[in-house]
Design a protein around this ligand. Structure first.
Ligand SMILES: Nc1ncnc2c1ncn2[C@@H]1O[C@H](COP(=O)(O)OP(=O)(O)OP(=O)(O)O)[C@@H](O)[C@H]1O
Length: 235
């Protein structure tokens, strides 16, 4: 059963259009996007500001719905799922990493990883504690687990966010500009970490980015311009 699941594409995006607003305010953010993403891929999603990258990430992770077309996530048709099922998919199979880390400032590093695990209802406190320690250790932050985000550097905060995104061992990690708020050296270290995790665990990564380094090192590069697929290194 598990081996069949492994052979399915992680995500299949089919004829996706997305518009915002109406009449003279209408913005066509995505136009006929077709992308199949295999499990284990490390994909950089590129394009100028406003080209539609965040819109596409929101649609492929079931946060937003396409105006037309459909997305299969691990062979499930997101369009037809009720919000409770979408929430379950997000909490079990997806991890999110953001440009501004989105850590909870009053919680220390450990609790920023631990609480989402407990609250998503898939782990009891004991296994959530073990997972939190394990994943903080794997991003090199076990010793700093008692520090709050304000007592950590940008790179360290992003490592906490990566541990949080990975701690439930999702099949797919979606990252929106994960190195966009980091200096070049720190951004490169975070990229090294993401590539290492991808190679060690086979987790699929879909990363929107303006970073040349990330584009150069990604297994696959997809570029969107004005809402259209302009380039796909896999084609
Ligand atoms: N909720 C919304 N309402 C109206 N327009 C929107 C909305 N979200 C996005 N847009 C528009 O859709 C287009 C694509 O935006 P999107 O945020 O996906 O671009 P992006 O490539 O992620 O940009 P950036 O690199 O600056 O983050 C833009 O013209 C944007 O203004």
């Amino acid at each position: 059963m598990r081996s069949n699941i492994k052979e399915l594409p992680a995500i299949s995006i089919n004829g996706v259009y997305k518009s915002f607003g109406l009449y003279e305010n209408k913005v066509d953010a995505l136009k006929n996007i077709n992308i199949e993403i295999a499990q284990g891929e490390f994909l950089a999603l590129c394009g100028p500001s406003g080209s539609g990258k965040s819109t596409l990430l929101n649609i492929l992770s079931g946060i937003d719905k396409p105006s037309e077309g459909y997305v299969l996530f691990l062979n499930k048709l997101l369009r037809d799922l009720p919000e409770t099922d979408l929430a379950t998919i997000r909490s079990k199979h997806l991890g999110f990493i953001f440009q501004f880390f989105n850590l909870i400032p009053v919680l220390n590093a450990f609790d920023n990883v631990f609480y989402p695990l407990v609250l998503n209802g898939h782990f009891d406190a004991k296994s959530a504690r073990e997972r939190s320690l394990h994943f903080l250790d794997s991003v090199g932050l076990a010793d700093l687990r008692d520090r709050k985000p304000g007592q950590l550097s940008g790179g360290q905060q992003q490592r906490v966010a990566i541990a949080r995104a990975l701690a439930h061992e999702p099949q797919v990690v979606v990252a929106d500009e994960p190195t966009g708020n980091l200096d070049q050296a720190t951004g490169e270290a975070v990229l090294d970490l993401l590539l290492k995790i991808n190679q060690q665990t086979g987790t699929t990564f879909i990363i929107s980015t303006h970073s040349t380094q990330l584009k150069e090192r990604a297994q696959r590069v997809v570029e969107i311009r004005d809402g259209e697929l302009a380039y796909d290194s896999a084609q």
